[in-house]
Structures are given as structure tokens and as C-alpha cells.
Design a protein. Sequence first.
Lengths: 98, 502
Amino acid sequence: MSAITRADVEHLGRLARLNLTPEEIDNFAGQLDVILASVARISEVAAHDIPPTSHPIPVENVYREDVVRPGLLRADVAAGAPAWEDDRFRVPRILGEA
Amino acid sequence: MGDLMGHDLTRQSASTLADAISQGEVSAEEVTKAHLERIAEVDPRVHAFLYVDSDDALAAAKGVDAKRARGDRLGALAGVPLALKDILTMKGVPTTCGSKILEGWRPPYDSHVVERLRTSDIVILGKTNMDEFAMGSSTEHSAYGPTRNPWDLERIPGGSGGGSSAAIAAFEAPLAIGTDTGGSIRQPAAVTGTVGVKPTYGGVSRYGLVALASSLDQAGPCARNVLDTALLHAAIAGHDPRDSTSINAAVPDVVGAALNGDVRGMRIGLVRELSGAGYQAGVEQRFREAVELLEGLGAEVIEVSCPHFEYALGAYYLILPSEASSNLARFDGMRYGLRAGDDGSHSVEEVMAITREAGFGPEVKRRIMLGTYALSSGYYDAYYGQAQKIRTLITRDFDAAFTQVDVLISPTAPTTAFKIGEKVDDPIAMYLNDVATIPVNLAGNAAMSLPIGLAPEDGLPVGLQIIAPPMTDDRLYRVGSAVESALVDKWGQLLIEEAPAL
């Protein structure tokens, strides 16, 4: 199908929230291209009338009884947080400069 | 059974140890101490463990001894030590998934598998090394350095569950838990001369199993023989309402099957597409001998064709990265794990990108981007959509084969253990290790890898893969037990006994 360029990798890095280095962008462009070329063989199979499988066993929605169950303890969760302030997760500012 | 006094406790099977503990011949504490000493002695060279939980393990073992002293009934594996893959949460114990992004994180809850292990009074020794987020076939993609194969410390122990396979092959534990998304239980078992089972998808709850690809992931048992594997399988399998894909049905009688190995009258299918080009000569030779052995034991072996298997690797390397790129979005540095770049000037999106760049290794980044690409608009139908259709065709191949035969067989992996460093920079060469195991995950079948000898050219273990239809996991144990007994009769011992002393 298509060759992966450095610009494609930079774009994918942005979509995937990966702040890639220039060396990584060079490496990944070549590697992703080779991987995609090798998996692209699946397009040889004529499959328009074949239904897709998303899951190996049929899954139905399951409802549980509407009863209260204990959740995680706040102190346990706080202990694993990278930053915790005023009994909440502290996060960086959510709006950009511009 | 006899008295274990004077015998090396680390060389015993799990069932022997459990019997000896329940009979009072040896205490669970002594058994755990012997394994902790073995870990201290050999793990600096093997590096199977990322974390050894000595205090909690000894406390759990003493708890088993106290139960016995009170006259409480003990479970089939009570007091037996186990090595847990570091992808399953265990409350208060570090869970890294082999990644820097989770370094130092201690989960606030137990996974379902850990709950079951605790209920069974199995003693968890610690957490085992793995390829980062289970992406790999060698453990070389662990952020904490590779695990080494006890048969040859210059070689890989398989992956992603190489820490679990190496721990049991190095006699650091008689039991281990692995997880298998494309072969991560079976391929490590094959290259270390041990036994590993991927249960039917949905057979063991994924609650608390850190997700790689949710439609493919399955936890399962690892051990040095078929019966121990079955006992552990029975301990962890069964319905859990917290996993919507957990099967709400009785667990197949895997222990009964392991105790009654018999293939007389069984029809066994040899998958034509899982042999030939790419398979090492010694692997094919031992596999042919296993086929003759099965025929000698009274099975009828016929060749079957699964024509779409040649597309399984391609479909898998689109479906897996797609699911992984979505699942790993949760590692954003906000609620747990690493946060980098939070200096007051960067926005939340910038902090996420800096954190993920710092916390993920190269294979994880490759697969996240591959999945992001396969799911992006303009490519979705050609890649992800087409891969899902191939998945249907592979399942139909299995369905057709299972109308003719009871189980399918193939070599587990195309080669024996390769050298550390040999394939780590060549993703395609690494992916090919799982060519025979991947179709099983796509269709959700149960499968086992069982040692069948050493390849003549390199003296390294070869595995036989046995594949059964969903929810007939017992067939794996029936066939596996028959093959194992016949080989033990021939060799006088299990293959693992031939591993060189460390």
C-alpha cells in the first residue's frame, strides 16, 4: 500500500501522544514501512462478503444486580498517583498557550 | 510418594510438594524457604524475577502450616510456591508490566487470578520479568533487562512470559502464571522444556490483567509437568462477573484428563500450513517423532489444511496493535505511574506526550503507532477491517478442521531458543516466532505446549503444540498426559531433568 514517511511518523506520534526524537522518527519510518508491507498481504484475500470478527466468543451485554459494592480506597489510589493535592489528582493545566 | 527428607525440595513437582505438605512430611515454610534460597542462588544469572516478595511469601506459607495444624482441609496446591507474571495486579506489590511507565506502582487491588491463588493457599514468591506490556517473544523488550534461558544463559527464554518459563525451568518455582496474547505462554514453554497452557478465551478472568489486546489476552498455567499444569489451571479458571468476557459455564475437567492420559481412538489433525519453510530441521524431526508416538499410542493422525493460516500473522499484527494502541492510552501520567515534564509550563497534553515518550520502550511505541495507523481514517477498512474478516476465515478453518479431528497439533515454535541480541532489532524476524501460536488466539481456542525432546543440532528443547476447540481444554491434558507418560517411559525422566546445572 503506501510508504511511511517521516511526516507520517510525526503525525502518528502526535495522534498517539508520543513526543518522538528525530532519531526515533527516522528509525520508525523504515520499520513501520517494512511491517506494513509484510502485513499488507492480507489484502490478497477476497473477503467483501465475510463478516468481521471483533471477538472470539459471542459477547452479549451483561447486567449485574444493582447493589452497592465497595470501590477502591481513596488512600490506596492516592498512594499510586503521580501528583495528589487537596484530596484530588493534581493535573497540569488543560488549556494551551495560544 | 515417600519421605522428602534429604531431597532437594526445589526439584519436586507441585503435586508431590502439596501432598508432602498436607501429610506433614515437610512444612510449607520449609518449601518456600528452599525456593527463596534457590532464587537467591541462581536468579542473579537467570533474572527471571523483577520482584521477590520474601516476607509475604513466608507469611503465606506459615499461614498454610497453621491451617494444617488446626486440621483445616487444604487445597490441592496449598503451600506450593508460584511465580507470577508481572502483568497481573497484586495489592501492594509492584506491578510494572516490564515497563518504566509503571515503575514503583503498587496496585490498590488484586487481580482475579491472584484472588484465586490466595484462596487456593498457593504461595506467591514474586513477580516475573516479561517483554514490556507483553509485546515480544524473548523478554529482550523488558525495560529491566532480559531474562536468560536456564538451558543456555546466552539464549532467550521465550516471551513475553520468559520470566515465568525461566523461573520454573531453573527450579526457582514449580508453578508459574503466564499470559498468552499470541503465544506468550506456549512459546516460552517450548524453548525452556516446560509445559504451558493457554486456556479457552474467557476461561480465566482478565480482571486485573493489564490489557494488551483485550480480544486476545488470556492468563494460564505453567509448570514442569502436565498434572501440575492441570492443577493450577483448575485453581484459576472459572466464571468472574467482573470480566464481561468470562465464560459462565463449568470448567472442563482438566485434572481428571491429566490423570487419564489416553489417545486411543482419538483423531488428531496435523496442520499442513504449520510446517515447512522457516521451521528448523531438528524441530521438524522431533515433531515427526511425536506424530509417530501418538500413532503408536493408538491415535489416528491425519493431515488437515487450514488455508487462511498463512494470513494469520498479518491479521494479528493489525488487530493486536489496534487494540493495544487503544488500551495503552490509559498510561497518560495522570492517575498512576510515571509523570514527566510537569514543570508548570507544559500543558496536560504535552505532559502526556513527554511521559509516554519517556516511559515506553521502542517496541511499545512501534506497536502503538502501527495501531494508530491501522485505525486512522482512510486506512481502517483496508487494514483493521480486512484483518477482522481474516479472523473470521481463520475461525472457520478451525471449525472445519474440528469436524474431522478432536485436536490439532503442530510444532509450538518454528525454532529452538535463539541467542540474546539476534533478533531484537528486526521486528519481523521476532514476530515470526509466533507464527504457529497466533491462529489460536485469533479464534479463541485452548492450546498447550509440551516438551518433546531436544533438537539434535543444538541440544535445545522443542515443543509440541496441541490445540483443542473452545471449552474442551480437557482434551489438551488427555493428549499431553499420554505423550508425557510415553516420553518419561522412554527417557526415564522428564526432559527438564536434562537441563544443565546452573
